[in-house]
Design a protein around this ligand. Sequence first.
Ligand code: ATR
Length: 278
Amino acid sequence: MRKWYGVIGDPIEQSLSPLMQEFWFGRAGLDAHYEAFHVTKDNLARAVAGLKALGAGGFNVTVPHKSAIIPFLDETDKDARIIGAVNTVVRADGRLIGYNTDGIGFLKSVETRFPQLCTGKPSALILGAGGAAKAVAVTLAKDMAGRVDVCNRTLAKAAVLSETCGKFCLSEAFGPSEAEKRLRRYDMVINCTSVGLNPDTDAPVIDIGAAKRDTLFADLIYKPFRTALLRRAERMGNPVLNGLPMLICQGAYAFKKWTGFMPDVPGAEKLLQGLFLK
Ligand code: ATR
């Protein structure tokens, strides 16, 4: 029988995952299909039960369900539990198992493009302490960085995330003005807040003028393709990375969980970049 997969979220119309995953299934010659499903918070439990009953091979989970879905799954992988969020669900022997590929997606997208940055335990500053920040901060702390500091408008949330990171590497929490004072300490600064989504009005959450010239500025946002933060960093001559490579890498690791092998990542980059750069 034809296998099928999907993504659940609210809103979901904007999702690039169907285009990307169907491209990969086609390239791999697999007879499989991937569909976007609009699922509201009220319907989450019923939707998960429905996907299970109808035999989905697996599915992705996006905003606002990444944390809320955990109680409805049969099992959650240890790393996803530490992060507190699931973006990929795999069906195995009829059971639904939750994973998080967002953090590894970010880490690999940096490693591929800036390998020199990733040797020797780099230090990272995370802007934000929400769901996206957790995945990136915890994965960096566990698997790459020597220090992961967390800066957030709401300090209490930064402190909680920093405590988790502190189990794996050095970590401190503070607000924006402290972050600006310490900027020279960091090899990479990653915007994981939603600030920047509105290209006309959103200024960066911190002033980055004091950064070293080789500090990488990354933003998880890919629409706009360059946020105000990345435009400013580019003008300063710093390396920059937007959220598109991470989006593609998290999808690639989800595909691998479902099929057992990595898909054509460069092909998907060409396909999706084409949408933004035309
Ligand atoms: P996501 O799951 O996409 O990470 P989220 O969990 O709602 O979304 O987190 C949004 C993040 O953006 C938070 O860190 C939030 O800061 P607070 O914890 O203080 O709310 C941050 N954020 C949103 N709007 C912001 C703004 N105008 N200035 C600074 N930070 C902002």
